[in-house]
Design a protein around this ligand. Structure first.
Ligand SMILES: [Zn+2]
Length: 326
């Protein structure tokens, strides 16, 4: 693998492009396929038998408008090491990938395709969980700042030092910090568990359209989401019967209240919201809802989980419809 690709992997950067003419324009620079490593300046090359040790002093990256930017190698490496060292504070699956990354980079062997795959998986996982983790991230961007932000979220403490506070308040503050940390750590794990259990219950199959996108050796992240019926932020219900397994498209339509899921006492059914249909047709006549209209109707029982207590709770579905009508 070429030197620039190895460097990209070692520094946990998103994939760079090889040739200037395949770069897409615009800021920010460090985005997948939007920048190239322009120059790698070497301070020293040492030869030792069959191996060469390269000491990199400067890396210049560029995008299409040719504004070159120096990548601050020292702080990048320092932050990366900090991240490796504190990774036990992060959710399990992210932890494992960071551990693998450290192992490969510190292993001192040339980095191959597997290491690139580790970063791609990490980016996909992070983007998949960003909402639940309370960070803004998409898989085409640099994951390091997002991971550092996540670390801050996990270990952050409220402003003000404990010593500056009145003694009787200090204990309260200490307790709050402890509770808060515990909650933050628990929240990451709880939502990861929720997703895992919902996807497993539905065998990675979308309840609305029946498409199945399980994880494989290639994609660690399945193509289906675990959606909350009653939003987690308001109800805090991480139960499988408050979950629906939906593909990305159906999840979007469900979250946007374009499609509704009802239980009429004996069966589940999906319908396109007449309110949404009306507003959409009025504002964008070219926006077709056909893909959902075709799926509307009773939901086949074989798409539901095997265990009946994991089926979407009719009370939660009704409550959601009530809230939406308000
Ligand atoms: Zn679907």
């Amino acid at each position: 693998m070429q030197l620039h690709r190895q460097l990209v992997v070692a520094l946990l950067l998103p994939e760079a492009v090889r040739a200037d003419n395949t770069m897409r324009g615009g800021y920010p620079i460090i985005q997948k396929g939007r920048y190239a490593i322009e120059t790698i300046n070497l301070e020293a090359v040492q030869l030792d038998g069959k191996r060469a040790f390269l000491r990199v002093s400067e890396v210049i990256i560029a995008n299409t408008d040719h504004t070159a930017e120096e990548l601050h190698l020292h702080s990048r490496v320092a932050n990366l090491i900090r991240l490796w060292e504190a990774r036990s504070k992060l959710p399990q699956d992210i932890q494992e990938l960071l551990g693998r990354h450290e192992e490969l980079v510190r292993g001192g062997r040339p980095l191959h395709h597997e290491s690139e795959q580790v970063i791609v998986s990490l980016q996909a996982l992070l983007s998949d969980q960003a909402n639940d983790l309370g960070i803004a991230y998409n898989e085409y961007t640099d994951s390091l700042p997002a991971l550092l932000e996540l670390l801050e979220v996990q270990i952050a403490e409220p402003e003000g030092r404990v010593d500056d506070i009145e003694p009787e308040q200090a204990e309260l503050r200490r307790r709050t910090i402890r509770e808060w940390k515990k909650w933050a750590a628990h929240r990451g794990t709880a939502s990861a568990n929720f997703r895992r259990r919902v996807r497993a219950a539905y065998d990675s199959t979308c309840l609305v359209c029946g498409k199945r996108f399980p994880p494989t050796a290639h994609n660690r992240v399945p193509g289906v989401d675990a959606a909350h019926v009653l939003p987690w932020a308001d109800y805090d219900l991480d139960r499988v019967d408050n979950g629906l397994c939906l593909c990305k498209l159906c999840h979007w339509a469900f979250d946007e209240s374009i499609i509704l899921i009802r239980h009429d006492g004996s069966r589940y059914a999906m319908e396109v919201s007449s309110l949404a249909r009306q507003i959409i047709i009025e504002s964008r006549p070219d926006f077709s809802l056909d893909v959902f209209e075709k799926l509307a109707g009773p939901i086949s029982l074989d798409r539901l989980p095997q265990a009946r207590n994991e089926w979407p709770n009719p009370q939660f579905l009704t409550e959601l419809l009530r809230v939406l009508e308000e």
